[in-house]
Design a protein around this ligand. Sequence first.
Ligand code: PLP
Length: 473
Amino acid sequence: MAQHSIQQSLNSLNRIVEQFSSNARPVSNAPDARELQQQLDVSLADQGAPYTVLEQMANQYLTLNPDVSSAKFNKLLYSGLNPPALLGDWVTSIGNATMHTYQVSPVATLMELELVRQWNKLVGFERGEGVMVSGGSQANLIAMLLARHKACPQAKTKGMQKTLVAYVSDQAHYSSLKAVNVLGIGSDNLIAVASDQQGRIIPTALEQAIEQSLILGHTPFYIGLTAGTTVLGGYDPVAPCAEISRRYDLWLHIDGAWGAPILFSKKHRHLLADSHLADSVAWDAHKLMNVPLTAAVILTRQPGLLKAACSGGGTDYLFHSDENAAFNLGERSIQCGRRADALKVWMSWKAMGNQGFADKIDYLQQQRADFVAQIQQLDDFELLHQPSFLNILFRYLPTTAISESAHKALSIAICAELKHRDVAYTDYASCKGKSAIRLILANADISAAQLQQLLLQCQQIARQLIATGDYNG
Ligand SMILES: *Cc1c(COP(=O)(O)O)cnc(C)c1O
């Protein structure tokens, strides 16, 4: 039998990290899935293998994975490596605490409670509560569960007996679709309310949608706003929607998975200044706070609701009333075993301080403003919106007009070539019937020069593609 020890793991890790940090590599170089299947042997077998085999695979794993630590990784809503958080992540695995009870996660529990306190302070929930979750998707699910529990407390025991209706904007993240599925609301009862050109929900359209449901005899129960929409980075207007939610007695949730950290910045927090008017807020630490996946939280303005909606079972063997019961976070959660994500977030926050996050956001917002200004000076580029946050949707504008499908093909081809030239790993997206390149600024290692180069390369690539017609338009 192969012998394995912690020391061997650590030695391997040292060598792997050394290689990872010293080797220059492209931001993305994995072949297509079928090709990789041919190249890479991930098979498992009856006989165990020595550490050399594990180490080799770990190196390949990191080489073939997109380099999300690179400032060239602009494809998704996260980018960059966070050494203090990594330390926390590694220690989390050694300690292997599980968050249901204080007895098996004493320090992590106190850390999570402190994090929740700090997050609530930023949001403006004075008596707020919260629990960490696997991501924004679960946070949005829990928010809708809280709303359902408020509108229809008997649903917890008797199931759904009314047609409840939820409202989000047409720019909301697809996790609300998952939530209505899981919670038995049904996707027909999730209304996508119209948004404006900046991707912000239109309050009058929201009110009309609610009135329409009432005419049908349905029961409106939930408004899900977004702070930093996934595609356009739009911030829904909280105050007018809060007024509507009060008038109709609906739960008001803010999905801040991407954009809530703006609250760290004195300069830019006005985008989400009315967050305290919500009933709940979702916040991802694994996006703009740059903590390794996964780390997120659901916050509620009123204490006690999480337990009321989520608790059930486990009291006969797990949640002992004589063992620090008031500190058991498990009854606020829908999970049993839950990783101690608090430690890596705590380590990161302790190392950065609130000011560190504020500085990072201010820096990225400045880069965004400068990049947008550059695009506006060029005749052959077009912005799909006026960005207020860290998503930039822009596209090439050939001298002779091209069809919408050609625009899409061109954006895809530009992204592919940017990746091929190892300039950047960007993405494309469609919004309101138009396709464009979606550039995300989440990594504060990105420099003004790098962004300037990116735009120049886009221009050069696009001109070449147009000249040769080489993009399947
Ligand atoms: C990313 C994102 C989500 C989903 O969060 P996960 O952590 O990936 O589950 C939800 N809402 C918005 C606005 C997002 O950008």
